[in-house]
Design a protein around this ligand. Sequence first.
Ligand SMILES: Cc1cc2nc3c(=O)[nH]c(=O)nc-3n(C[C@H](O)[C@H](O)[C@H](O)COP(=O)(O)OP(=O)(O)OC[C@H]3O[C@@H](n4cnc5c(N)ncnc54)[C@H](O)[C@@H]3O)c2cc1C
Length: 84
Amino acid sequence: MIKRKLIVIGNGMVGHRFCEKLVEFGGTDKFDITVLGEEPRRAYDRVHLSEYFADKSADSLYLCSPDWYRTNGIKLLLSEPAIS
Ligand SMILES: Cc1cc2nc3c(=O)[nH]c(=O)nc-3n(C[C@H](O)[C@H](O)[C@H](O)COP(=O)(O)OP(=O)(O)OC[C@H]3O[C@@H](n4cnc5c(N)ncnc54)[C@H](O)[C@@H]3O)c2cc1C
């Protein structure tokens, strides 16, 4: 089966959750998925961002492991804003 291309713009909390759901419901079998994130870091918990200044480290705020996207067959491109 030829996979259709799916581009997810933004690797924020919603974009990441969307990818998790795609994986959960077999979306990676149907789509060739690429995520474009303009930030240099992968998705992190913005809701608890203020806690970075208390006791949380930047690493503990990440929503997934460094290899989650690769392991699930999704191409994650960071520092890559969609411009057109
Ligand atoms: C300090 C702080 C505390 C918060 N506390 C709460 C809380 O207690 N409860 C609550 O409900 N909400 C809270 N929020 C709000 C919550 O973080 C947002 O509602 C949530 O992050 C929205 O998720 P999102 O994925 O839609 O957007 P975002 O998290 O903003 O993610 C969008 C992503 O897309 C990227 N992007 C944008 N344009 C492009 C482009 N052209 N190309 C590539 N990438 C692009 C951005 O860089 C970003 O990484 C808080 C926010 C902050 C900053």
